[in-house]
Structures are given as C-alpha cells and as structure tokens.
Design a protein around this ligand. Structure first.
Ligand code: SIN
Length: 476
C-alpha cells in the first residue's frame, strides 16, 4: 500500500501524518493513503505560493510556456499510469480514463500557447498629450478546489491558465480521488517548476477551504463542485472580496425533435448520458422527445443501452464503472423509485448491480416520466435516462428552462432554422446541437444561473486569472 505525500514549496510533506484511505469503488479495497493535512499545511502552502508569485509573475510568458510544454509532454508520457490511477481511485472505465488524460493534457497545451496572447490595449485619448493603456497582470495566488469525477482534467483546466497567466497555485484535490492529482504534482516536479509555484494539500475540505478563504493573500478561488458549496464560497469570499470562478451543478435537458436523425440522437444521448456512468455536470439528466419520434427513439435508445457492459473499469470491455460511493448509489435508486412510484415505467435496468463489494447501478431507461418527478428536477449523477414525451418546440423550451441550473443542454434536429430558434431561447452556457460531447480545451465551459460564475477553457479561461490595470500616461 503506497502512502502518498502532499507537495508544498517543492517538497514532499506528510509522510508521518495521520492518513486517510482512498477506496476503489469497484471493490471497496484501499488503493493508497494520503496525509490528513490541515490549517498549518495550507498556510505553509499559501506562504510558498505567495513568495514564489513575486518571481513567477515576472517571468516571461515564453518561459512559462516552456515549463507548461514540458508538463504537457510528461502527462502524455505517463498516460497509462495516470489512467490506471484514475480508474482505481474513482471507477472510470479505463478507456475513458485514457481519454481524460489526453483531455487534461490539452488544457496545458492550449494555455501554454494562450499565455503568449495576453495582450494589453492602447486606447485613443480624448485630449492631446496623454496615452491611455491597459496593462494585464496576473491576479495573484490562486486556490484550486477540484472534484472527484474528473481528477485530472478539472485540475489542469485551472492550473493551465493560472500558471500561464503568471499566478501561483495551492491545490486541494477531492478526498475521493487525490492520487491522480498527486501524480500530476510529481510531473510538475519533473518539469522543473520553481519551488512554491505549484502546491498541493490533502485533508478535510472544511479546514483547507476555510484557511484559503480567510487568507487575504489568496486572491482567487477556482472551484468545480456542487452549487451548495459554491454558494458557501460566495459568502466566504465577501470579507476580502476574493475573485471567484465557479463551475457548479447542472441538470441538462436533451431535446429530440421529430425531424432528428434517430441514429445521431441515440449516439448523442449515449455519449452525453453514460460518460463516467452519468457522473458529469453536463450529463443529460432529462430527455424530452417529440411525440412523432418518441416510440422509435425509445426503442433504438433502449437497444443501445442494453448492450452497455457494467463492471470494474480496469476491464477493457467495460462501458459503465461503479458509482463513486454508496451515498451516490442511494441517490440514484431514490430517483428511480420516486419516478416508478409516480407512474414511470422501467424500459431497461432500474436496479443496483451486485458485483462483489462494488457500487454499481444498471444503465437505465425510464419512460412515461413527468415534470414533477424528482429525477426531472434534481441532478442524478448516475446512469439513468428518464424520457418524457413532448408535443411542441415551445413546450421543450419551457421545460428545459424550468430549473435553477443552466450549464449544458442538447438539441437534436436536422432543421437549421428550427434548431437556431430553439437554441436562442435556451438559458444554458453550453449547447450541443446534434452533438453529445461538446467539451474541448479551446471553448468556454461554464453555466448560466446557479450553474456558476465565469468560464473555463478558451480565451475566457485565462482572462479569469488576469486583472486589467489601466494606466493613464501624461506626456507633457
Ligand atoms: C464536469 O463534469 O464538470 C466536466 C465535464 C467536462 O469537462 O466535459
């Protein structure tokens, strides 16, 4: 059993600490242990990041890009080890884990390049003898709090732009999947980032979170996780007006109109719904299908779902791994039970899967669902697709927007004008049109309403780590 350490100021810390076990959800066995770090470790990490910021922020974008490029290549060189680590600590099927390693690396590559394009501005003056300029500055020390469902990509989507902009960083990975993040720190060390530029602390979220939120030297917090925790961070950030980027919950609608290509729609919903066993913020959570195509869609979709193989993600054949823990499984079962008790019928699945000690749920299709069921209103985070029959485009828009969330939505139609009119009315930050997998490093990822603040990825992803400094220069 390996005991992993925290990475603070270029040193591996916490070998003799009390530990927390990381559990493989496929078999409930211990994968390794990490230190139970706390307030003092977090403060030391902030000290180190604050000191390192003084020099890192003065390096050129080209120097920073060189470090990031090295890191990028190291991630790709270690694809298999990182992918296996991810699979055993949080259950993702190995092929998806390999995909995530590449997705994670793509953020480092994109932002290594994008850092060279942090341009300032010269603005025409309103009087003679003045030059008006906007200079761009890194925001300062950043704290990054990342979730268990994408242990590599959600971290690099934050690290890439922060480091490229000239910020230094203190990372708090999820306690459910910290080992992938620790292995990324090993690669940062190999890439040669100066001491204190990148730091990682493991331990209870409340202690580490409270410490970064109450330390004035931390100028920005970037978080992916639940809307509930996001709201707490907003409250905690008020005292010293910390800059926040929040990527929070979702409840994605997926709309299939009568004129959709059924094959394309089924492929799209399979990709969106069952990625990571339904445990992503942008997974389709509710499927609305127009009446003329409903029966055919449910038949073809259910056929495809029946073929999905459930099991330990290390098995190359597996499509659906375990859920993260028993609480996750119970939530999924509650959503299904509530729907069935309120009149929905199970077409495929509908129950837990006994596989040793693992926490598995059968990929499930429900039909005859209605808008009042819990599953049509709360994020399920599991492999269950409820399908509701609808009649009109207006009904689709009304149902889709009837939520506090606004992260991702999906629309399937072959009619361009109809698709555009419908999408224009959707209150969502991301829309997949005939596409169940819209994520990429070069595009803005983030939500409307209670799904978050700000965008990650794309050129907007780096602006989140930059302050504009307006300089008015008198020439006389
Ligand atoms: C998430 O679930 O938060 C991230 C999904 C993605 O980047 O595609």
């Amino acid at each position: 059993m390996t005991h992993y350490s925290m990475y603070i100021n270029g040193e591996w810390v916490g070998k003799d600490y009390e530990t927390k076990a990381v559990i493989n959800p496929a078999n409930q066995k211990e994968v390794g242990t990490v230190p139970n770090g706390g307030k003092d470790d977090t403060t030391r990490a902030i000290d180190a990041a604050h000191k390192a910021f003084q020099s890192w922020s003065r390096t050129t974008a080209y120097e920073r890009a060189d470090y990031l490029e090295k890191f990028y290549h190291l991630i790709l060189d270690h694809e298999e080890d990182l992918a296996k680590t991810m699979t055993i600590e949080m259950g993702k099927p190995i092929n998806e884990s390999r995909g995530e390693v590449n997705y994670a690396a793509s953020f480092i590559k994109w932002f290594a390049e994008e850092g060279k394009r942090i341009y300032g501005e010269t603005i025409p003056a309103h009087v003679d003898g003045k030059r008006l300029q906007v200079w761009k500055k890194p925001v300062g020390v950043v704290a990054s709090i990342t979730p268990w469902n994408f242990p590599a990509a959600m971290l690099t989507r934050k690290m890439g732009p922060a480091l490229a902009a000239g910020c230094t960083i203190v990372i708090k990975p999820s306690s459910d999947s910290p080992i992938t993040a620790i292995k990324l720190m090993e690669l940062c060390e190999k890439a040669g980032f100066p001491k204190g530029v990148v730091n990682l602390v493991t331990g209870p979220s409340s202690e580490i979170g409270d410490t970064v939120m109450s330390d004035k030297r931390v100028r920005k917090v970037t978080f992916t996780g639940s809307t509930e925790v996001g709201k707490t961070l907003i409250r905690q950030s008020a005292d010293d007006v910390k800059n926040l980027s929040l990527e929070l919950g979702g409840h994605a609608p997926l709309i299939v109109l009568d004129d959709a290509n059924v094959g394309v729609a089924v492929k799209g919903v399979m990709a969106s719904k069952f990625r990571n066993a339904g445990q992503t913020c942008i997974c389709a959570n509710r499927v609305y299908v127009q009446s003329g195509i409903y029966d055919k869609f449910v038949e073809k979709f259910s056929e495809a779902v029946t073929k999905l193989k459930v099991g330990d993600g290390l098995n190359e054949e597996v499509d659906i791994g375990p859920l993260i823990n028993k609480a996750g499984l119970e939530k999924v079962q509650h959503h299904v039970d509530n729907a069935v008790n309120s009149g929905a019928s199970v077409v495929v699945g509908g129950k837990t899967r006994e596989e040793g000690e693992g926490v598995f749920y059968e990929p499930t299709v429900l039909k005859d669902v209605d808008p009042n069921m819990v599953i049509m209103n709360e994020e399920t985070f599991g492999p269950v697709a409820p399908v509701q029959k609808i009649e009109t485009d207006a009904e689709a828009v009304k149902l889709a927007n009837d939520t506090e969330y606004g992260l991702a939505a999906y629309v399937f139609t072959e009619n361009v004008a109809r698709g555009m009119q419908l999408i224009e009315q959707l209150e969502y930050g991301i829309v997949g049109w005939n596409d169940g997998g819209p994520s990429a490093a070069q595009v803005p990822f983030g939500g409307f309403k209670e799904s978050g603040i700000g965008r990650e990825g794309g050129h907007e992803g780096i602006e989140a780590f930059i302050e504009s400094q307006y300089v008015s220069i008198g020439m006389n």
